[in-house]
Every structure is written in C-alpha cells, then in structure tokens.
Design a protein around this ligand. Structure first.
Ligand code: SF4
Length: 420
C-alpha cells in the first residue's frame, strides 16, 4: 500500500517548518514493536471464500456457495496464537464476504482482545442497522467497503442490481456510528470515468479513507485484464488523486488517500514533487527508498480460506505451505521456495526495463504477479508500469532504437484443452 496522504502531510510540514521531518520522528509506534524485534507482516486473511456477489475483478473467484475444507473456528484460533507470537501487528479479515462466516464476530472479538489491529474488508451489501451496531460494538479498527463506481457502474462491476445503494447505505451507517470507514475502488477502463464522482462522494459523506487500487492480474481480474485502464487513464487518475490528497493535507484534513497494486505510484509522486516542490524532492526520495516499494512476501502476507499461505492476496496460484501442516511462523521465513527467495532478496532479481530504471530502489520492480501472468516469468518487468522510458531514465523509445521492446499487457487466453 502506498500512503499518499502520509507523504503529502510530511510535505506540508516541510513547507511550514522549512525542513523535511526527520526519519526518526516519522516512525510509527506500535507496528514496529519492541526495539530489536522485527514485526511480522500484515496478514490479510480470507476466512471464507463464499460471497453473495460475483465481481468481475475478484481475485478469489468467489461465488455464492460453500467451499469445502475451510478452517474451523478452533483452527483459526490456533493460527491467531501463532501469528501473535510471530509479532504480526495487523489482521485484515476478508473473504469472499467475511460477514457470511457465522463465527466472524467471535474471531474478530478474540483478535481485538489479543491486541491485533483488526480491519474488515466487506462488499457492504449485508450491513444493515443491526449489523452496523454489531460491527461498532466489536470495535473494528477499520472497515473497507468496495465501491467501484456510481450507481449502475458499480452494479455492473459487482453483477448485482442495487449493490451500490446497499454498499453506500453501509458506509453511511458505519460512519454515523463513528466507525473508521473507507471506500475501496479498483480502476479499469470500464469505471475510470467514475473516479472523480467517487472522490466527490467521499468528501460529501466525510468518509475517512479512499483506497485506489490498480488492477492486478489475479483470479477474475486476470481473466478480464484486457479491460485494464490504459496508461493515459491511469496517469490522469493519479493526477486527480495526488491533487486531492495535497489539498486535503493543506487543509489539515484527517482523511487519507492511499493506493495499491502499482508501486510506480511512488515514482509518480516523486515527479509530482519535482515539478511543484522541487526543494523537497531529495528528502522525499530518501523516504520512498526507505519504504522500498512492493512488499509482497515481506511485509504483506495472505492466508486463504483453506489455510494455505501466499506471498499476498494476488498469489493464490502459488502456495507456500498450509497452516494445518506447518505454523505460519515456520512457513513465512522459509526461503526454500524460489519465488519467496526472490521476493525477500534485496534488491529483487527483476529484469527488463525495471532493472535499468532510475526508480528501482523506491519501486522494487512493482507487482510480480502481472509480470508472471503476462510473460510466465515472475522476474520480468511489470507490464503495468505507466511511466515512459524517459521518466525512468532510459533513452526515449525511437524508431531504429536498439533498446528491447517493453513487455506489454496481452489479453488473457484460456488454455485450449485437447480431447483425449
Ligand atoms: S520501470 Fe519498473 S522499477 Fe521503474 S517505476 Fe516502472 S515498474 Fe517501477
């Protein structure tokens, strides 16, 4: 996750103080734990795969039926004990639709009592007044509700008429009860035009957070990758988002803008600062290098509904082990898996234009899933990078140039099965 608002606030502070805030003052308490002890990763936990929706970009390819073999309540509790001992600070409870899991409040209550920061990731359609009361009473630290457009756009994405009204009602119910709530938006060519109205909606409703997700090529998101936003649309979206975040930071607003699934956003912010606030560009670059870009397999982990551990939620097609057979705390540091070894390597062994990019230290080569899904090679350049050759420090592409052509997104192709 790329915390746009955090950097914007630092820039506002720098403008005010005449000096960029020192790294030490910026360190967040809590997540780092006691001195000398590294924190575990943030764990996104898909506790259930069943969902009442069948969204077009769903990475878990969920549907409205039960899935056999999911972790029992007792098994979830055992894993939680291990995660706590492994110094995992944050649990994001997800699905499918996590509210369909009958023991979701039991699990969340225990997680809160154990001291985890507990988030809930929901489509919002099941949150009526009584459910909003339960969520409020339990004290979730954050609830993210997916909204991929206004009205019919969202309904088409989510494949349910009326989904937008129900999800927006959920946002309002939670917000009215003082729950920290955010909108989660995944941009494709089909809903790019809805970004500005959604950001306006966020402001009008006083929503705490806006999570802008680029499309990653996993699950149905991979099948529909031909509808990914093109680079021009992505850049326009980022321009709008950065301007909004800057205005909010200047106004002292507590509302957050964050992005995900495209770590080139850090380089794009750096360019934004070089053009508007050039005296802070060096200091910001240092901050972004300390962040380091993509953190799949390092600071972000995923456990799916069957207990299988993945480098992040977009890697369901790559298993690292199962918590029924080996504790998470043993699976996570194990680098015998070549993908995990590469993800944990510094710098990562990424090739193509990423290897030659001047922003590699702050981007980390971006999202490995897109590279792997499009080329078959997880260490190829990310075809989702929307920066030009010139912007990444390569000679601009020209006719007759000897530079290798960049990897471009190609549509998903179903494998043709031979009948035997
Ligand atoms: S070229 Fe690669 S390393 Fe550079 S910004 Fe784009 S994705 Fe990141």
């Amino acid at each position: 996750m790329f915390r746009v608002s955090q950097y914007m606030r630092e820039l506002v502070r720098a403008e005010h103080d005449g000096a960029y805030p020192a790294q030490a003052a910026l360190r967040h308490a809590g997540a780092a734990g006691a001195p000398g002890q590294a924190a575990g990763p943030v764990v996104i936990w898909n506790l259930i795969r069943r969902c009442n929706l069948t969204c077009k970009h769903c990475y878990s390819i969920s549907a409205d039926h039960d899935y056999a073999g999911e972790l029992s309540t007792a098994e979830v509790f055992t894993v939680m004990d291990d995660l706590k001992a492994f110094r995992v600070p944050v649990l994001i409870l997800s699905g499918g639709e996590p509210l369909l899991r009958p023991d979701i409040f039991q699990i969340a209550e225990r997680a809160k009592a154990m001291g985890f920061y507990v988030g809930l990731s929901s489509n919002g359609t099941l949150i009526d007044e009584p459910m909003a009361d339960r969520i409020t009473a339990l004290g979730f630290d954050y609830v993210g509700i997916s909204l991929d457009g206004i009205g019919a756009t969202h309904d088409r994405f989510r494949r349910l008429e009326g989904a937008f009204d129900r999800s927006l009602a959920a946002v309002r119910l939670l917000h009215a009860r003082g729950v920290k709530v955010g909108l989660r938006y995944t941009m494709t060519a089909m809903n790019a035009v809805d970004l500005a109205p959604l950001l306006q909606l966020m402001e009008d409703e006083g929503v705490d957070k806006f999570y802008f997700s680029h499309l990653n090529y996993a699950g149905r998101g991979n099948i529909h990758r031909a509808r990914d936003a093109q680079f021009t649309a992505t850049r326009l979206a980022l321009d709008l988002l950065l301007d909004k975040a800057w205005a909010a930071a200047l106004a002292g607003s507590p509302h957050d803008y964050v992005t995900g699934n495209n770590d080139a956003d850090g380089a794009y912010l750096l360019q934004w600062v070089q053009q508007r606030l050039p005296r802070w560009a060096c200091a910001l670059r240092e901050r972004l290098v300390a962040w380091g870009g993509n953190s799949s397999g390092v600071n972000i982990a995923n456990i799916d509904n069957l207990g299988t551990v993945h480098p992040d939620t977009m890697w369901w097609h790559h298993a690292l082990g199962n918590v029924r057979e080996r504790p998470f705390s043993a699976i996570w540091p194990d680098t015998s898996d070549p993908l995990m070894r590469g993800l944990k390597q510094k710098p990562r062994p990424v090739g193509g234009r990423c290897a030659a990019c001047q922003h590699f230290a702050l981007c980390g080569g971006n999202t490995r899933v897109r590279a792997q899904q499009v080329t078959g090679n997880p260490w190829a350049e990310d075809p989702g990078c929307y920066l030009s050759d010139e912007e990444i420090g390569l000679p601009a592409s020209a006719a007759g140039s000897s530079a290798p052509p960049r990897v471009l997104m190609t549509p998903f192709a179903y494998a043709v099965r031979q009948s035997s």
